[in-house]
Ligand binder design. Structure first.
Ligand code: ADP
Ligand code: MG
Length: 238
């Protein structure tokens, strides 16, 4: 389970309309990438999907349930941010387990899940370290691990590789792809990087100024961009 339906979602901050009517369906297990230039509304859309931000109008349904009326703990969503958002004073293990502890998950179950996630993400050697003792790539793997242990049906990634150098970006991208194959969860991934979009996505959603320009598979967009904007962003060289 992890289907998503976005119905005519609009979002304004004061007089400024940032999302101008977004309609989208994501099926269970799909890897969907939102791509578009800085400021086009990608993060805002992700935050509305997560229920961190109310839409001005329209609805977000996860497995048929309206996110805005579902308590956060019941939404089945985990989000990974560009800046990792780890607690500096806690060890890797405690960072990963904190959310589960707050949800009163039994200690043995927390340990089991941390074991599985840290093995998947090669984090076992670092469990007793603090974030300051890790590289940027390791920190981001911890942030991803913290999402994995919650066993969400929907993962939301907001430019998770943007703070990493080129080599680490490739490695971490491959790890996220592998995670998707293993967990078979639905993943929505925001980036402004065409290579990330082309290599990770089952389906790419091209956003521009708060609207969807085109939705399609990577090769579909590459070979048949709907307009100049999509062509410029993804499309084949002319
Ligand atoms: P992206 O992630 O695609 O770079 P954002 O969703 O972060 O874009 O932002 C889209 C637009 O909405 C930007 O113009 C930004 O300044 C504005 N915006 C985002 N969050 C807020 C907010 N809390 N208050 C006012 N304006 C905001
Ligand atoms: Mg953003």
């Amino acid at each position: 389970m992890g289907s998503l339906k976005i119905e005519n979602v609009k979002k304004a901050f004061g007089p400024v309309e940032v999302l101008k009517g977004i309609d989208l369906e994501v099926t269970d297990g799909e890897f969907v990438v939102f791509v578009g230039p800085s400021g086009c509304g990608k993060s805002t859309l992700l935050r509305v999907i997560a229920g961190l931000e109310d839409s001005t109008s329209g609805r977000v349904l996860i497995d048929g349930g309206d996110v805005s009326v579902t308590p956060p703990a019941k939404r089945g969503i985990a989000m990974v941010f560009q800046t990792y958002a780890l607690y500096p004073h806690l060890t890797v293990k405690k960072n990963m387990g904190l959310g589960l502890k707050q949800a009163n998950t039994p200690a043995a179950e927390i340990d089991r899940r941390i074991g599985v996630a840290s093995s998947m993400l090669s984090l076992e050697p670092y469990l007793e370290r603090r974030p300051a003792e890790l590289s940027g790539g390791q920190r981001q793997r911890v942030a991803i691990g913290r999402a994995v242990v919650r066993e969400p049906k929907l993962f939301l990634f907001d430019e998770p590789l943007s703070n990493l150098d080129a080599a680490l970006r490739v490695n971490t991208r491959l790890e996220i792809a592998q995670l998707h194959r293993r967990l078979k969860a639905t993943m929505i991934y925001v980036t402004h990087d065409q290579v990330e979009a082309m290599t990770l996505a089952d389906k790419i959603v091209v956003l521009n100024a708060g609207r969807i320009e085109q939705i399609g598979g990577p090769m579909e967009l590459y070979n048949s961009p709907a307009n100049e904007f999509v062509a410029g962003f993804i499309g084949s060289p002319k």
